[in-house]
Ligand binder design. Sequence first.
Ligand code: ZN
Ligand code: ZN
Length: 360
Amino acid sequence: MRLGSSWRWQLSRAMRLALRLRRLCRPQEGGGWVGVRLSAAWRYGKLLLRSLYYNSLTNSDTLLDCAFEPVYWIVDNFTRWFGVVFVCLVVLLTSSVVIIVYLFVLPTIFSSYPAHWIAWHLCCGHWLLILVVFHYYKATTTSPGHPPKDKRDVPSVSICKKCITPKPPRTHHCSICSLCVLKMDHHCPWLNNCVGHLNHRYFFSFCLYMTLGCVYCSISSRNLFLDAYSAIETSFQTPPPDLSPRESVGHKCIIFLWVLTSSVAVALGGLTLWHAKLISRGETSVERHINCKEARRLQSNGKVFRNPYHHGRLNNWKLFFGVETRSHWLTRVLLPSSHPPSGDGLMWDRPSTSSDPMAI
Ligand SMILES: [Zn+2]
Ligand SMILES: [Zn+2]
């Protein structure tokens, strides 16, 4: 028979407990009673609990981050898995717009416009289409760039808490990709990829040319849209106008094309202008938040914040597009080009002195 189940063992256990309780209640050498011991235990427990969530580097932001960790986890996973759906949506909608233009808009241009306008439409439309497809493909398939894990002499400004690796300047951790990204701008669900050092130019060029493409489609199909809209309105009259199935489908397609391209032109145009402003200032989206916070902090101390990566507006654009000669504006900006960005994304030229406040 096991000792634990016998009455002898139960009795000896009860005696041990009684002895321990008596020892606890006995006056201490310093004069303390059970109350003193209990209060010491309470203080110790409180300190232990505090030590679990507090140290000299912890603040209220860290506590809030911990509290919202489950929400972040859900959003990150949602974005990661729905990225594929968003990419399919972009491909599907862009393809539908191109098909409608080929089936309904271009035939109208061919039948009603003079030769030079037809040539202009063909050149402009196809130039925009090639640039949109090229930059979208490159933005989704090009890695944004990550700090090397096998190199020891990586210049770093801090340590990533998630990767436990050195973080070079302008590098930030992407919780969706679970990786550190060089010169991280943001994680784009429409690309299902991070936007960083190696694909930032592709992302911005895609936004720019997609906006221009939508503006082009919207303006080119405006008259057709007005005709289709009035035709659909008259279809509710009695007797309804005699329209062929092709005409009826064509009207609906033109309305879909105009509404979609006009909406995307406005929404994406706003985003493109915002990113253009950031590029002019030599900042990424992440740095914009950090720099604003830092500027407010320094202002309260009577100091002025200066972005260490700001080389002047024109130079910022030249660095961003990799323009070194005048011809590069044509070959590297207005035409598809897969040249790498300037620099390795680890070391950054700073025109300011090292004593200036810097963004990390
Ligand atoms: Zn990391
Ligand atoms: Zn990412």
